[in-house]
Design a protein around this ligand. Structure first.
Ligand code: FAD
Length: 322
């Protein structure tokens, strides 16, 4: 009766959010006196999956059906449900990503499970009840919820847990859920990668610009700082709305949620809708010429100053760090 961890992959690698979910799952397994098994689907090598041993995973069930190279919701849910049945898993751990959210709700219905998303704590286990803490109201508050169904699904918020680095490798077992053509009838035809080398939702460092940068002709400031730091670039909603930047860079309540280790906001006021997408970043640095800008209240470090003077100095300093 192992704990089952769902692994997401991108560009042939296990996503960082899944390394965190694997570490979380192993800790839950320890609490329960059992082991953690992972299920991985799609485009990844067995070699990379073995490394999940470092996060405490003992075994990986690997479905490398070519039809599942890209995310296919119904089929992925079927594979995960089959893996849970094989392992008699009553606890399933997901990452709180877009894919995790899509899987979680369908899986919960299929398995009549209790589901908690955006979870920020390990469970307190009492009999058949798991009590977990989850972020609510765009991270403004926390709620304690009890998972009482026989099967429990927990989607772990990014940056909730340090990725484990134990010795040892996981064993990888081929696994198939005998999918039919109907299971993959609704599948992406093509995946268009966002521009830039670093995927924004996975980035460790994000440099983000707002309307304070005045226009797209000044975006070299954001791009050069990002390049010097090895960061992804992002922007506020109005910036994407007026086409200064592409919409896939827009972060916030109506855009992408990011949880990097470092989020640098340049010329962004810090409206609540923007903060909703960035406030789980580990360290927030705000550069704004208005000392009263609301973003400073959410900042770990703030620089009151003109971006056109401050950012070139930061770029030079970042280049010298190498
Ligand atoms: P502004 O509010 O115009 O702020 C610009 C900032 O730049 C100011 O603080 C100013 O002091 C500073 N500045 C100006 N010049 C300089 C300079 N030279 N150097 C340094 N600083 C300077 N917004 C999002 O970002 N993401 C969302 O997902 C989102 N969803 C929304 C959903 C709804 C339903 C609604 C109603 C709004 C949403 N918004 C969202 C919009 C949000 O309310 C703000 O309007 C928006 O975030 C403001 O963007 P901004 O900070 O870039 O611009």
């Amino acid at each position: 009766m192992s704990v089952l961890v769902v692994i997401e992959c991108a560009n042939g690698e296990v996503k960082k959010s899944s390394l965190e979910a694997a570490t979380y799952g192993s800790k839950v397994a320890q609490q329960m006196g059992t082991t953690a098994t992972a299920v991985a689907i799609g485009d990844i090598s067995e070699e990379n999956l073995k490394h999940l041993g470092a996060q405490g995973i003992k075994k990986v069930l690997f479905d490398n059906d070519a039809r599942l190279k890209n995310f296919v919701n119904l089929a992925y849910v079927k594979v995960i449900a089959a893996a849970a049945q094989k392992e008699s898993s009553k606890v399933i751990i997901l990452s709180n990503t877009n894919i995790g959210s899509a899987i979680g709700s369908r899986l919960a219905v299929r398995l009549s499970a209790s589901l908690a998303t955006n979870v920020v704590s390990l469970p307190e286990i009492s009999g058949n009840t798991f009590k977990v803490k989850r972020g609510v109201y765009s991270g403004k508050a926390f709620a304690d919820v009890n998972l009482t169904a026989d099967v429990k699904i927990i989607a772990v918020k990014k940056n909730t847990i340090e990725v484990g680095h134990e010795a040892g490798e996981a064993t990888v077992e081929n696994f198939s859920a005998s999918l039919t053509d109907a299971d993959v009838a609704v599948a992406p035809k093509e995946v268009i990668q966002q521009t830039g080398d670093i995927l924004l939702p996975e980035a460790d460092i994000v440099v983000s610009g707002g309307r304070g940068l005045k226009g797209p002709e000044n975006w070299h400031l954001v791009e050069d700082l990002a390049k010097a730091l090895g960061a992804a670039t992002a922007c506020s909603k109005p910036v994407a709305d007026v086409d200064w930047r592409p919409h896939h860079e827009h972060v916030g309540q109506t855009g992408i949620t990011v949880s990097p280790n470092l989020y640098i906001a340049i010329g962004i006021s810090g409206a609540i809708q923007h903060l909703a997408g960035v406030n789980s970043s580990k360290v927030i640095v705000v550069i704004n010429k208005d000392p009263e800008a609301p973003f400073f209240k959410a900042a770990d470090y703030g620089i009151v100053g003109d971006a056109f003077e401050v950012v070139p100095k930061l770029i030079e300093a970042a280049k010298n760090l190498r």
